[in-house]
Design a protein around this ligand. Structure first.
Ligand code: PLP
Ligand code: COI
Length: 363
């Protein structure tokens, strides 16, 4: 079946959050704590295919204790934002790219892929339903969290034959507290995130579960985020727990690690590569070793570094800390090229600049 055969049955919340209360909640939402009234759910089984597409009050799932996801973690998710446009409308940023990545994640985790059109239709449906929850604050957006779990009730180790897909929505502000002018990274030398042949390129919950101990170590070290190195040589820079990474050099070029299967193919990463090329910057996707990074920072060849992702947008990296000491990048604060790329991206996302790439999808 195609998307057009899936009308979303709407069961409105009987007691939605009153408007004045909502205004208070979304005035300073933080990240991922304020949820809207409704959610999307769609179910899959082998007989009916994808069916039962609904918008209902957001509520607890009733789940059998033998549901496959609870035992073997067959779970994937996405993250994308809806923005308020200057004319009062709302738009999604590159939802088809999230749909394609969700499909790739499903394939890697031996799950039944949700058709791309249905993914896009589901996020459009929740944004239409919950547009009043988009915060009108600097950096505010409605963060959409599509996810899929294995819902078959059995304990054998095999791909589930039943799935539950859902989309919840959260009013968000900046991911880092205080809008963090520049963040500090802890270079994880004990823990790695993903090995060749593993699930690093998939957005599955397990990748995040395994990153938490390294993130906790980063926090103990007084750092904001963890930076992972490759699992084979323990030398090449890969990505952060939930963001990709870029470097800006003194010759005006920029670089980011290549998509070798062990890092998440970020949509922000891809968008920034396009923006940078069209600004005339020289752009490289190439491996970069942590020792070289440190040497380049100390010699002044490396001027700036930044993290990027849907949640973090573009966040400057000021300092990196590792076992044998910390080093600063450039002036330790936001760099010029970082700010320029960040502004170019935000201006398109929020409808303040023309969108020559057709990235915005009005809802
Ligand atoms: N890397 C990881 C591990 C992530 O979780 C994310 C966030 O989604 C990203 C990178 C950035 O991806 P995107 O720009 O598509 O949000
Ligand atoms: C996102 O940017 O959407 C992510 O999944 C990252 C997470 C840190 C919230």
């Amino acid at each position: 079946p195609t998307a057009s055969t899936h009308a979303f049955v709407v069961e409105p919340h009987p007691t939605p959050v009153p408007a004045n209360e909502r205004t208070g909640l979304i005035a300073n939402p933080g990240f991922g704590r304020v949820f809207t009234d409704h959610m999307v759910t769609i179910r899959y089984n082998e007989v009916a295919g994808w069916h039962d597409a609904k918008i209902t009050p957001r509520a607890a799932f009733q789940m059998d204790s033998a549901s496959a996801v609870l035992h073997y973690a067959q779970e994937i998710f996405e993250g994308l934002k809806a923005y308020r446009l200057p004319d009062g409308g709302a738009a999604l940023f590159r939802p088809s790219a999230n749909a394609a990545r969700f499909r790739a994640s499903a394939e890697r985790m031996a799950m039944v892929p949700l058709p791309d059109e249905l993914f896009v239709e589901s996020v459009r449906a929740i944004v239409r339903q919950e547009a009043d929850w988009i915060p009108d604050i600097d950096g505010g957006a409605l963060y959409l969290r599509p996810f899929m779990i294995a819902s078959e009730v059995f304990l054998g180790v095999k791909p589930s034959s039943e799935y539950l897909y859902a989309v919840i929505a959260s009013s968000v502000g900046a991911y880092f507290k205080g809008g963090a002018p520049a963040v500090t990274l802890w270079v994880s030398q004990d823990y790695t995130r993903a090995a060749p042949g593993g699930t690093g390129a998939a957005k599955c919950g397990g990748n995040y579960a395994s990153s938490l101990i390294a993130q906790a170590e980063a926090t103990r070290q007084g750092c904001d985020q963890v930076l992972f190195l490759d699992a084979v040589e323990r030398r090449l820079i890969e990505e952060l727990g939930g963001m990709n990474i870029f470097f800006v050099f003194d010759d005006g070029s920029i670089a980011t690690p290549p998509l070798t299967g062990t890092i998440l193919p970020g949509i922000t990463r891809d968008s920034l590569l396009t923006l940078a090329r069209d600004m005339g910057l020289s752009v490289r996707e190439e491996p970069y070793a942590i020792d070289q990074c440190r040497a380049d920072a100390e010699s002044g060849r490396l001027l700036e570094a930044f993290a990027c992702g849907t949640a973090a947008v573009v966040t400057p990296i000021g300092t990196m800390k590792m076992r044998d000491g910390a080093f600063q990048i450039g002036g330790g604060g936001p760099g010029q090229t970082t700010q320029r790329l960040r502004q170019a991206l935000i201006d398109i996302q929020r409808g303040h600049a023309p969108d020559p790439y057709g990235w915005l999808e009005r809802v």
